[in-house]
Ligand binder design. Structure first.
Ligand code: ADP
Ligand code: MG
Length: 403
């Protein structure tokens, strides 16, 4: 079982220059005075404990991040400068900013830092070497530090200079948030307690093919919901009317079902569904059996009988991993299956019988909407990195931190 170097493995850090890769690529919008403000500070909050711990140990804390997609050029609108103040507010530490991430001026500023101080560097993607993982650029970044700490799981699926390249050049470790995330993911899919259930939902099979093929080999129960369930149902001969459905993936869907059967994984597809003629909130709707979907109707949610069976099934499971909503959860009442199943999973987790890990952009929104975010064992906000991990891929930024 893989273990990862953590901050303790770096030894005493008093007076050391510690380069921390954070993900400060947070959503922002202009306020009424035209200043940029952060609209979701989750990622800043997640790196704060690491920054505080390093500062308390007397390290010179130097923070690197990307912001947006400046494509290797200096784009003033994508400067990290506006993130200095939110970072200071959340960590409770003063944060200095410098308008570059490599070079002599940066080195001088770092030389002048007090132990325990925090310095935020400018957007690493202002240099093309970042995304190219150019060894020269990685070396230039590495000059800023004595050791490297990666605390940005959401960036670990990219082999970039500030995530992967630099870790070959300096003693490196996972920060507190990354360490916690890796432990949770390991417990959920790497080395989980069985039976394991996976909920995979969302819009399309095509975006999650690799997830499905990996999971059928790993889990005992695969629960398929959302738009992608329609593709599986149609592949089995169900008339899904005008539902969102990838009819061209019928063979693929049947192949996944065959692989599941061969691997001893039970696939759960809905047996009743909620249909409507329009994709909008409070559209007229009815709950029907699979053979009763009309030509002008679409399936927008898993039906209550199916959800009740699934919630019952979860009681016998020890581990749950969840990506993708069960229905069109943004529009009521088609959030019902997602909310009911999420609440069941949250309650089982709180009762101690289930370890529950979830991730994905819309999944996080859906679980927040269901009010269960605090109950789940771990919710990953990592998006792309979380999905690649669910596909069984080794993330380059994580691999390089292996012991
Ligand atoms: P995530 O971002 O968590 O990986 P996805 O992006 O794959 O999830 O899927 C989320 C989207 O799937 C939501 O916008 C939701 O409305 C949509 N969706 C779920 N079920 C259905 C359905 N039956 N018909 C149409 N859209 C659906
Ligand atoms: Mg999405």
């Amino acid at each position: 079982m893989a273990t990862f170097k953590n901050i303790q493995s770096l030894g005493a850090l008093e007076g050391k220059r510690v380069l921390v890769r954070a993900d400060l690529n947070v959503p922002m919008k202009a306020d009424h005075e035209g200043d940029m403000t952060v609209t979701d500070d989750t990622r800043i909050r997640s790196v704060a404990p690491t920054l505080k711990a390093l500062s308390e140990q007397g390290a010179k804390v130097i923070v690197m991040s990307h912001f947006g997609r400046p494509k290797g050029q200096t784009v003033p609108e994508m400067s990290l400068e506006p993130l200095g103040q939110p970072l200071a507010n959340i960590t409770g530490l003063p944060v200095l900013f410098i308008n570059d991430c490599i070079g002599a001026e940066v080195a001088e500023t770092i030389d002048g830092m007090e132990n325990g101080a925090v310095l935020l560097l400018e957007n690493v993607r202002f240099y093309p070497g970042e995304e190219d993982n150019d060894p020269e650029f990685a070396r230039a970044l590495a000059q800023n530090g004595d050791v490297f700490v990666n605390d940005a799981f959401s960036c670990c699926h990219r082999a970039h200079a500030s995530t992967e390249g630099i870790a070959h050049l300096l003693p490196s470790a996972a920060g507190l948030a990354l360490e916690a995330e890796l432990k949770a993911l390991e417990n959920a899919l790497g080395n989980p307690q069985h039976p394991v259930a996976a909920v995979v939902g969302g819009a399309k099979v095509s975006t999650k093919l690799d997830v499905l093929t990996h999971l059928v080999e790993k889990v005992d129960h695969l629960i398929i919901g959302g738009g992608m369930a329609n593709t599986f149902l149609a592949a089995q001969g169900v008339d899904v009317g005008k539902s969102l459905c990838e009819h061209d993936l019928a063979d693929t869907a049947r192949d996944i079902l065959a692989r599941a059967e061969a691997a001893g994984c039970t696939v759960h597809l809905p047996t009743d569904v909620v249909v409507a003629k329009e994709f909008k909130a409070h559209a007229d709707n009815r709950t029907v059996a699979l053979d009763d979907v009309a030509q002008n109707e679409m399936i927008l949610d898993v039906g209550p009988a199916s959800v009740a069976k699934l919630a019952e099934q979860l009681k016998s499971c020890k581990t749950l991993i969840w990506n993708g909503p069960m229905g069109a959860f943004e529009i009521e009442p088609f959030d019902a299956a997602t909310v009911t199943l999420a609440k069941a999973a949250g309650a089982l987790t709180e009762a101690g019988s289930l370890l529950s890990v979830a991730g994905g952009g819309d999944t996080v929104a859906a679980l927040n909407h269901a009010g269960v975010a605090e109950q789940f064992s771990h919710i990953s906000t990592a998006g792309g990195a979380f999905l690649e991990w669910m596909e069984g891929k080794e993330l380059p930024g994580v691999k390089v931190l292996k012991q």
